[in-house]
Design a protein around this ligand. Sequence first.
Ligand code: ADP
Ligand code: MG
Length: 484
Amino acid sequence: MTRVLPVSPAAPARPDIDTASSLSFDRLPLAPATLANLQQLGYLQMTPIQAASLPLALAGRDLIAQAKTGSGKTAAFALCLLAKLNPRRFAVQALVLCPTRELADQVTQEIRRLARGADNIKVLTLCGGSTMRPQISSLEHGAHVVVGTPGRIMDHLQRESLDLSALDTLVLDEADRMLDMGFFDDIVTVAKACPTKRQTLLFSATYPEGIATLARQFLRQPEQIALLEQHEGSKIRQRFYEVTNDQRLAAVPLLLKHYRPVSTLAFCNTRQQCRDLLQVLRAEGFVALALHGELEQRERDQVLIQFANRSCSVLVATDVAARGLDIDQLEAVINVDITPDSEVHIHRIGRTGRVDQVGWALSLVSSNQKGRVANIVKTLGAEIEWHSLSELPESGDADKPLMPPMVTLLILGGRKEKIRPGDVLGALTGEAGFSKEQIGKINVTDTSTYVAVERSIAKDALRKLSAGTIKGKKVKVHLLKDQG
Ligand code: ADP
Ligand code: MG
């Protein structure tokens, strides 16, 4: 049975008592410590997908739940699997499959935050791109919850380093993406390695045919929930620009100068178009990076870190390369070439306008692509706005170059050198004398540390970090440039 739930566009700013009580986490059978933790996290009300799925999931039902990106699906399954967990039992009781390492890391973090109210619960991430040994030894030390990508989970099952015999919850997160990436067989294999008596929760942003096939294979009388909420105009503002193919690439800098978004994700349909656009943007002085399939994991991390810490204005990507990308603050998405697939379009633009922010979704459409827009209109069921490039004024602010607010400094040294974010922040705000507000995100990887600092203090910060010490040692520091 499918429950299709219409969702009112925006949650009321001041919920009346009725709404407040029906969306309150209190009405769920959750432990008081969990409820207190949710309060602390600022999760005051359930999101629509949580309200629709949690009562069923907590009652032990299998679920197929569909809701757009950013709607709070992680907590919807995490609260369920955590509620069933027995912390005193040192065995893997829940497994979450995710399409990419980045998503698996995010899910792990969210589960850990949600588990804070409970006893010592160990959550372990198992993904490719990291060596097996440490993963195996972590497994030997015992984990309650495992989050990982299908390929790596399969590797562990083959080596018998992962035992799923005590599992009672299996989650397939972003199932549509996993299918796109060709994980169907791997998912089936992993599911077969789980006990048949278990709860299976499938979450997805879209509902392609493959999902039903997957569900028929190993979900038990699932309840199907579809939140057919489209991206409401109030948060994602869509504009369609008619262009000729010759104008297409040059239109991107025009839009950027006009709308002046701090962070923009620009979607191209081909890798060649990505390369061409990157060239155009750099020639106009933008700080832009490209995400493409040929990057090594370390390079990909570096690109994502610079984009997420706001030291890169534009990230140019194909749909494939952007898979699994989740950025909290994204002021604009530009569809350099509008996609023929309206589901893909909705997925692309859903990355902007997240929780209480407004985002621009700007699409460039040539006259032979107008059919694609008609398709999108049908799926969205909404009126759309056509605009023309000639409306974009060429003077005023549009003359000023658009620079990212931050700059990334690369410190040679990371976790292996026992560097922690606090050490770097300390070095910059201590002797170096900068204020906390001038320092942005700090990412520590195994061998490197990336710190975002305000553009205006970049040189000064570089000099002071190079002259000073971190953890009592001198460090090598570079300014990360945008040659990608
Ligand atoms: P999805 O998996 O549907 O794309 P996420 O689970 O990543 O979405 O959630 C998106 C954001 O919303 C996260 O930053 C999360 O912490 C936040 N969030 C989730 N549930 C709530 C809630 N009930 N109240 C406030 N914020 C929430
Ligand atoms: Mg998710």
